[in-house]
Write a protein that binds this ligand. Structure first.
Ligand SMILES: *Cc1c(COP(=O)(O)O)cnc(C)c1O
Length: 215
């Protein structure tokens, strides 16, 4: 069982993609992986033997809203046949297609190791500085689905901060600029921060707001 091939969006036990694809193949059933945000792992997902991998253009690829269908040529052409009439409501615009192509080119040129280092440095710095705010303990957590970055989490000690995690989240969101946190563990007093697309000045703004709200 390969943990990094599981999805945090699925509450069932992690699915072994290699095994699932093999079972489907044995029954002559094509497999499609709903890869969505997994654009950094396209090759890895194709290596499971899946026939098609679907990727969202507008997630970490940062393209306009569109989708990529990657894999078995015959099946990709099957999806393409929709252009002949069915599903025009879902048609990606010309602008989206050109935008996506530009993002794919940019991704091909990306030095992933250097990118990872920048992401790690951002999260490490955020964890260190937010953890210095009284009542907050900070830590980082690797992406559970195997994306190449971590997120920062703050555990809020409401006895010290006077604001519990939910109130703090609302206050962050209601301010200007509006700051949205990952709230999946908010009932345990934890706020998550994904900093992948945050610039240095945006991170400064988050840290300042946190310290203003708490002091
Ligand atoms: C985001 C997401 C979707 C939806 O993708 P769209 O490109 O917005 O249609 C589907 N499945 C998963 C697992 C996702 O993360």
């Amino acid at each position: 069982m390969q943990d990094h091939l599981s999805s945090k969006l699925v509450e069932a036990p992690p699915l072994d993609f290699f095994e699932a694809v093999k079972v489907a193949k044995n029954h002559g059933i094509p497999t499609i992986i709903d890869g969505a945000a997994q654009d950094f792992r396209i090759e890895e997902l194709l290596q499971t033997g899946a026939d098609l991998v679907l990727i969202s253009a507008q997630k970490y690829l940062m393209a306009p809203t569109a989708g990529l269908v990657i894999g078995n040529k015959r099946l990709v052409e099957g999806v393409r046949a929709q252009e002949k009439g069915i599903g025009r409501g879902m048609k990606a615009s010309k602008e989206a297609i050109v935008g996506l192509l530009a993002c794919i080119e940019e991704r091909e040129d990306l030095d992933l190791d250097a990118w990872r280092e920048i992401q790690t440095a951002k999260v490490t710095d955020f964890v260190q500085r937010s953890g210095d705010i009284p009542g907050l303990s900070a830590y980082s957590e690797a992406d559970p689905t195997g994306l190449p970055f971590s997120r920062a989490y703050l555990s809020v000690d409401a006895a010290v901060t006077a604001l519990d995690a939910s109130i703090l989240a609302v206050a962050l969101r209601s301010g200007s600029p509006s700051i949205w946190v990952i709230d999946s563990e908010i009932s345990d007093g934890k706020l998550g921060f994904e900093l992948v697309h945050a610039t240095t000045s945006e991170i400064e703004a988050i840290l300042k707001r946190l310290s203003d709200l708490i002091s």
